[in-house]
Design a protein around this ligand. Sequence first.
Ligand SMILES: Nc1nc2c(ncn2[C@@H]2O[C@H](COP(=O)(O)OP(=O)(O)OP(=O)(O)O)[C@@H](O)[C@H]2O)c(=O)[nH]1
Ligand SMILES: [Zn+2]
Length: 209
Amino acid sequence: MTGVDGAQIGIDRIDRGAGVIGEFDQERAEAAVRELLIAIGEDPEREGLKRTPHRVANAYREMFAGLYTEPDAVLATVFDEGHDELVLVKDIPMYSTCEHHLVSFRGVAHVGYIPGESGQVTGLSKLARVVDLYAKRPQVQERLTSQIADAIVRRLDPRGVIVVIEAEHLCMAMRGIRKPGATTTTSAVRGLFKTSAVSRGEALELIRR
Ligand SMILES: Nc1nc2c(ncn2[C@@H]2O[C@H](COP(=O)(O)OP(=O)(O)OP(=O)(O)O)[C@@H](O)[C@H]2O)c(=O)[nH]1
Ligand SMILES: [Zn+2]
């Protein structure tokens, strides 16, 4: 089954079958962090580091919680509002993790859609939940942006979806090229926002405002 732009319904890039994806292995994560501490020349038995593997594993469980949640379930709440114009949630704070360096990239997401013929809308918080779900995975910004758009297409069958993410990558700020303050903007447009420059322009204007 496909929605606008042929997005596969119910299938996510890293799904390992229907439903929940993967599982967190606390013991393995703690052992890996301990190894990493040894690898950087630290002593994992010293007082300040004793509980660090446990804490880091817990933090990773939280940072990657989106791997263990079925995306379409997040958008399960829909209302028949008969609304057929733009719904836009702006400036959704977003924290994700760069899959190349496992350090964070953070910024804001703007998510808009025009409901389909049925006029079905979802709860506003659900749009932010979808952002969170995909952000809480090892990511690249481009894929994160597309996955959010495609999840909304799959669940709501809207006339159009637009997702814009503006983020700073700490892997470009604190190491490597070291350009703090450089921001990356990515967009994913589907349906009407792709085919109509006017609709896209209006949405972008509202996002910029
Ligand atoms: N397109 C894209 N690139 C990203 C993203 N996050 C990090 N990168 C880039 O991924 C690239 C990885 O490059 P590599 O040459 O394999 O790794 P590296 O030697 O650590 O690269 P430097 O960061 O340039 O030091 C870097 O250019 C990063 O800036 C992202 O979300 N999207
Ligand atoms: Zn990176």
